[in-house]
Design a protein around this ligand. Structure first.
Ligand SMILES: Nc1nc2c(c(=O)[nH]1)N[C@H]1C(S)=C(S)[C@@H](COP(=O)(O)O)O[C@H]1N2
Ligand SMILES: [Mo]
Length: 306
């Protein structure tokens, strides 16, 4: 894990602002990046952030064909197979609750002017497999600061789109839709918490949560909610889909922790998805991000607050 807190993103790369294609086309960003035109639209120019892991990323194929996105079915191949019809443009995100400027924000407005970066994060599913993925996105704190979080806010909750016509998995009650997730405000404001709009320098494919999804690299994958349409600031701990479905197996925090097993299987080791590396390896505390985020949980009993 490479992490240098006093080294800013702008120090390691001269290209501080990376915009996705949607932003380029939206115009707001196009002015700032006037020299980028034509063929450059086909890919987003990025360089790894100082927050990135230096582990070898998985292939694009792994990251886009082996997914969890129950709105499209419960099989790992279902999201790639059944998400083609999802309309992600236009897209608007309702931001409400304890904020100064609540409203329905068009995605292009919401992301215009934010600093986009590429970050290579370890990603660890509760089912004990892991991948390393180069995400394109921005720190969630950037948009939270913009809408003005009120001092009474303690948590952030997120909801996924409900559109059974385009999300065939939502025709079944596998979960109580919408998919919901939540973070404590300090977790949400942490610089490792990003909203991703792309991966591998490309716009996010639908199966990975287009056009906007959360990525919280020290927590089990299910916290990283996809295709977000609502962000609510609350004073009470919000309900989360997996906790509602099975509170014994899924708590609110869901920090990757080799010492706290899932009731039905061990979390001590994990399997890296991809190619020939099928060997199990030890799970790292907080998925390898303990130095950065461990202090958020000082004094808490992580066996109780799992
Ligand atoms: N809306 C929604 N978000 C979701 C899920 C889901 O079923 N629905 N699955 C979660 C789980 S369990 C994991 S492991 C990750 C998988 O992200 P990926 O497919 O991009 O690797 O998405 C998370 N976000
Ligand atoms: Mo997961």
């Amino acid at each position: 894990m490479r992490y240098t807190p006093d080294l800013k993103w702008s120090d390691v790369t001269p290209k501080a602002n990376f915009l996705n294609r949607r932003q380029l086309m939206a115009g707001a960003g196009a002015l700032a990046l006037g020299s980028i035109a034509g063929p450059a639209l086909a890919s987003i120019q990025t360089a790894p952030s100082s927050y990135s892991t230096d582990e070898e990323p998985n292939s694009y194929e792994d990251a886009t064909s082996y997914n969890n996105f129950y709105e499209f079915g419960t099989g790992k191949g279902d999201p790639a197979r059944y998400s083609d019809n999802l309309t992600t443009d236009p897209w608007s995100v309702k931001i409400d609750g304890l904020v100064d400027r609540p409203g329905d924000y068009d995605l292009a407005d919401l992301t215009s002017g934010v600093t986009m970066e590429e970050r290579i994060y370890r990603f660890r599913c509760v089912e004990a497999w892991a991948m390393v993925i180069p995400w394109v996105g921005f720190e969630l704190s950037q948009i939270l600061s913009r809408v003005g979080v009120q001092s009474s806010a303690k948590y952030v909750s997120f909801e996924t789109l409900v559109r059974p016509e385009e999300m065939p998995g939502q025709r079944y009650n596998t979960l109580d839709w919408p998919y919901r997730e939540g973070l404590r405000l300090d977790e949400a404001m942490h610089p490792l918490t990003i909203m991703a709009t792309g991966l591998y320098g490309e716009e996010l494919p639908n199966q990975n949560g287009a056009p906007l999804r959360l990525v919280v690299p020290w927590k089990y994958g299910f916290k990283s909610i996809k295709s977000i349409v609502r962000i609510t600031l609350t004073s009470e701990q919000p309900e989360t889909s997996w906790n509602m479905a099975n509170p014994r197996e899924y708590g609110f925090y869901c920090n990757v922790n080799p010492e706290v097993d899932h009731p039905r299987w061990s979390q001590a080791t994990e399997r890296r998805i991809g190619g020939f590396i099928a060997k199990r390896q030890p799970t790292l505390m907080m998925n390898g991000y303990a130095d950065q985020v461990g202090s958020l949980y000082a004094g808490m009993d992580l066996a109780k607050d799992f």
